[in-house]
Design a protein. Structure first.
Lengths: 404, 191
């Protein structure tokens, strides 16, 4: 039963604030007439709200608004600054006694669960999207499996390492007093195939780690430099500290950073280190030539691992950072590269029966929680590529389509 | 992110403004769009919502909120602020009645960046004129007459284009929520 044109118009115009009192009365009466009318009304509103919202969403400058609001907050809470510290301290002290007890229990519990998840994956024999999970190797060699959960607190010597669903694994509460005396203890965060994790270092630097990535970093930064070591892909939001430059090492190549946001993609099988700068400034140095190359925001440097040659160009950075927001974005990417990215997240192997399909190019966006079958189906619908899935292996071939 | 609210509150109780940042990122735009249904002025809506965030922190309103009620609390806070703001300016609060408020809030909470992205993609799929009519009436709040004038077409054309457009959008969006939008391509494929 369709809504009459007259009512439809009256409804929409009332939502725009352009309806006459007669129109509004007409709508109100119509809604009261039957529950079905009311249901139609809500259905229409649902669609309306989404389209209206989609149109206005970008007009809302959330970044500027946030700065405005945050500035007002610090201003007004100045008198409470001391109070803030005390709150945090209380929490730590109270938590400390619980930590020791929880730590061991969580360690054991997590291990079982991780194993159960892994074995489930094999039993169900499906290719599923990745999830938030990682493995933490502590300074003493202890291994902890991490998931996107809150209130898990891991014990450490002086301070707390917290795992929560907002900041991920956070070292912010690690004591930074007296770092001169302390040795640098390194932790390693390993994100497996089909994994994703967030990390906050003791200086407040935020790092997002993609699948098949490993970051080695100190629990607490000691000395006048901040050094971390990366394999795989990570997005950094480096906390500003002019006195301590931030240095990311990918094998012997170094990226030197000064309070900034950038993406580093350094998967061994890509044979390339791609650094995309969103904000701030970075400089590169390969161990060999010692020469430094500087990047400007909006630019990307692709360094060939084999010969150390660099190609710098302006790019649409959102393509290279979309994974952080849970999307794959391709702008003229060939199927082979797309499959490689998908493999890391969905965890499968690819076999090409028709090698030429590797060069098919695509443009598009995929939500990272999409079903892999849907992704393949979309590709099949518009090309002559055919995918077959068996267990964790995907076979790709070219099909000879009958002419229309 | 069901657990996120618990974490946000925990950070706020501990006096950490970082909790406000996360709260802001999660709720600002939905609250502004919600306020806009009352105020019909995006800039005004932003001002009002920003004030609420500051109030939320300054008066430690988070103290009395349970994690599961955080969202409703924020929306109610915003609604009341809008009504007050409108009364101050002598504007009548007409079209959102008490019964509507509940489902408006539901819609507002549901609208996130991903939905916006998907809806935009769907809009792009519409034939040009249909898309323009939909944007004019639904996004920019034009009446049919205004849309007809703006686009140089008859009101009748607006009527039919709009209904067809909305119908097609609904079909595109149903069952395509978590979906990908894979647009093709370049390259030599069909030889």
């Amino acid at each position: 039963m369709e809504i009459s044109d007259n009512i439809y118009q009256s409804i929409l115009e009332s939502w725009s604030g352009k309806a006459t009192p007669e129109q509004r009365e007409l709508v109100a009466k119509w809604r009261r007439e039957s529950p079905e009318h009311e249901a139609r009304y809500r259905e229409l509103f649902h669609l309306y709200y989404q389209v209206n919202g989609a149109g206005k969403y970008d007009k809302i400058d959330a970044e500027t608004a946030r700065s405005l609001v945050m500035r007002q907050l610090s201003g007004n809470r100045k008198s409470g600054k001391g109070r803030k510290k005390r709150f945090v301290w209380y929490w730590r002290v109270a938590a400390a006694s619980v930590i020791l007890f929880l730590g061991i229990w969580l360690f054991v519990a997590n291990q079982d669960e991780y194993q159960r998840l892994e074995s489930n994956g094999v039993e169900i024999a499906g290719i599923v999207p990745g999830e938030t999970k990682a493995r933490l190797i502590m300074g003493d060699g202890k291994i902890i499996n991490l998931f996107d959960r809150n209130d898990e607190i891991m014990q450490s010597e002086d301070g707390a390492i917290v795992n929560d669903s907002i900041y991920g694994l956070s070292y912010r509460l690690m004591s930074t007093i007296d770092t001169v005396q302390r040795k640098e203890v390194f932790n390693v965060l390993q994100v497996p195939t089909g994994g994703f994790y967030r990390l906050e270092l003791s200086d407040g630097t935020q790092v997002w780690l993609n699948a098949e990535t490993e970051l080695r970093y100190p629990v607490c930064f000691v000395g006048n430099e901040r050094k971390v070591y990366l394999t795989g892909e990570a997005y950094f939001k480096v906390a500003k500290d002019v006195n301590r430059p931030f240095r990311v090492f990918v094998e012997e190549k170094e990226i030197r950073v000064l309070g900034t946001s950038f993406n580093v993609c350094a998967y061994p099988d890509d044979q390339m280190i791609t650094t995309t700068l969103v904000e701030g400034s970075v400089g590169f140095r390969t161990g060999k030539s010692g020469q430094e190359i500087k990047l400007k925001p909006g630019f990307q440097c692709r360094m060939n691992v084999v010969d150390g040659s660099c190609l710098t160009e302006k790019v649409d950075v959102s393509i290279y950072t979309a994974w952080v927001d849970g999307r794959f974005v391709f702008q003229f990417m060939n199927l082979e590269t797309i499959m490689r990215q998908l493999q890391r997240w969905y965890d499968f192997e690819t076999i090409y029966l028709s090698p030429e399909v590797r060069d098919y190019e695509f443009r598009g966006v995929i939500e990272r929680n999409s079903k892999i079958e849907d992704v393949f189906r979309a590709i099949e619908l518009t090309t002559d590529v055919k995918f077959s899935i068996e267990g964790k292996t995907v076979t790709v071939r070219r099909e000879n389509k009958k002419s229309h | 992110m069901r657990n996120e609210n618990a974490d946000i509150l925990r950070h706020l109780e501990a006096g950490d403004t970082g909790g406000m940042t996360v709260l802001f990122d999660r709720y600002y735009r939905p609250l502004v769009l919600f306020a806009d249904t009352f105020l019909r002025d995006l800039t005004w809506a932003e001002d009002v919502v920003q004030e609420q965030f500051v109030k939320f922190w300054e008066r430690a309103l988070f103290r009395n909120v349970h994690e599961r009620a955080l969202s409703t609390f924020l929306f109610t806070l915003t609604k009341n602020a809008c009504i007050n703001a409108m009364e101050k300016r002598g504007i009548q609060t007409e079209d959102i009645s008490a019964q509507d408020y509940d489902f408006v809030e539901e819609e507002a909470e549901e609208l996130d960046e991903r939905t916006v992205f998907t809806v935009r993609q769907a809009l792009e799929r519409l034939p040009q004129r249909m898309k323009e009519v939909v944007v004019c009436v639904v996004c920019e709040g034009c009446s049919y007459a205004e849309a007809a004038e703006r686009m140089g077409i008859s009101v009748n054309t607006v009527k039919t284009s709009l209904r067809k457009g909305m119908k097609e959008l609904r079909e595109l969006l149903e069952g395509k929520k978590d979906f990908l939008v894979l647009l093709l391509f370049g390259g030599k494929i069909f030889s």
